[in-house]
Design a protein around this ligand. Structure first.
Ligand code: FAD
Length: 314
């Protein structure tokens, strides 16, 4: 297994923020993942898990313990005509391109989402009116409570808007099984192109970011981006972290932003939304590593229990 000691995590994230981890491990098979988790957990050391690192804010402080990156779990297999099996670390655009070549439709919305299968299951990633839960048939997980490999079918998992009941602190996604519909490669690719163009028009895809900072609030029928735009948040800047001028729900890294810059900006955005709309914007991005208590509040106040074991407060 590839193991890098004292490795900077920033390069494994789309926001390009993250301190030095004691080690980063890249399991390349289910067996390697099981062995790694046995050893990490018996050593009782902190650990955290990332896929494409496209929906996380990693602390700029040193990160104690092991960061597990799943991108080595990258196999894709077609079963019968309409089923695709993909390892947790397969990048979503690669998977949708693979499906298109086989004439399999259903994953066009993955085009342009820079995450992996594991992250897409946990986050119920979606776009253009589609979401992962609509095509996912089952997932194979490593259950850390029992130490066993289990298959969860669609009905075993609760899905919501950008969330699922799969809890990364206890359940590591190993692979997903997706049900697809046959179509021509040309029409699938044309939908993918349309999706891409829509994204290019509305999102700062060339700047380092972690995608949408906040989930859309359920209390009010205004998307978080529009709400923040109405407050005048575009271009707000703290250090090298800036609210995108293109989309007010994206925080971009202008070069050397730290997690502290991002946390301050998130707090400012939350405070402004609270003042104008009396709404607590809940972060969609998940924290990993060491955060001050005043920063961790961003997540703990918003009932973000899922990844709390990946935050170490100080
Ligand atoms: C430019 C840009 C555009 C984006 N557009 C969209 C969009 O349109 N729609 C959308 O939904 N999202 C979007 N995102 C956010 C992000 O890409 C998705 O949420 C994606 O599904 C995250 O996958 P990941 O592998 O990067 O997860 P990570 O960011 O690595 O991790 C996210 C969470 O999943 C957990 N996790 C990761 N892998 C596993 C695993 N194998 N098992 C268990 N837990 C795991 C992590 O511990 C963490 O809690 C965008 C991001 C960017 C930067």
């Amino acid at each position: 297994m590839k193991i890098i000691e004292k490795s900077e995590v920033a390069s494994l994230t789309t926001m390009k923020i993250g301190g030095v981890a004691d080690r980063v491990c890249f399991p390349a098979s289910t067996e390697e993942l099981i062995c790694l988790m046995d050893s990490v957990r018996s050593g009782n050391e902190p650990w955290s898990l990332i896929g494409g690192g496209s929906n996380v804010l990693v602390s700029s402080h040193d990160i104690p313990g092991t960061v597990i990156c799943t991108t080595g779990l990258n196999w894709i297999e077609q079963i019968g005509r309409d089923l695709l099996f993909a390892g947790a670390g397969v990048r979503l655009p690669r998977l949708s391109a693979y499906a298109a070549k086989l004439g399999l439709s259903g994953m066009e919305f993955f085009e342009g989402i820079p995450g992996t299968v594991g992250g897409a299951v946990v986050m119920n990633a979606g776009a253009h009116g589609h979401s992962t839960s609509q095509i996912l048939e089952s997932v194979t997980i490593l259950n850390l409570k029992t130490g066993k490999i289990e298959v969860l079918t669609h009905k075993d998992i609760q899905f919501g808007y950008r969330m699922s009941s799969v809890n990364p602190s206890e359940q590591i996604v190993i692979c997903g099984r997706f049900r697809m519909l046959p179509d021509t490669e040309a029409s699938i690719k044309s939908r993918m192109k349309e999706n891409n163009l829509a994204r290019q028009r509305t999102q700062p895809i060339k700047d380092p970011s972690a995608g949408c900072t906040f989930s859309n609030p359920i209390e009010i029928n205004i998307p978080a981006g529009k709400l923040l735009d109405s407050i005048g948040a575009k271009n707000w800047r703290i250090g090298s972290a800036q609210v995108s001028s293109m989309h007010a729900n994206f925080i971009i890294n202008l070069g050397n932003a730290s997690s502290q810059d991002v946390c301050k900006l998130i707090t400012k955005m939350q405070e402004a939304a609270k003042e104008k709309y009396n709404i607590l914007l809940k972060p969609e991005i998940k924290p990993i590593g060491v955060f001050d208590k005043s920063e961790a509040i961003i997540w703990t106040n918003s009932d973000q229990t899922v990844t709390s074991s990946f935050i170490i407060t100080r």
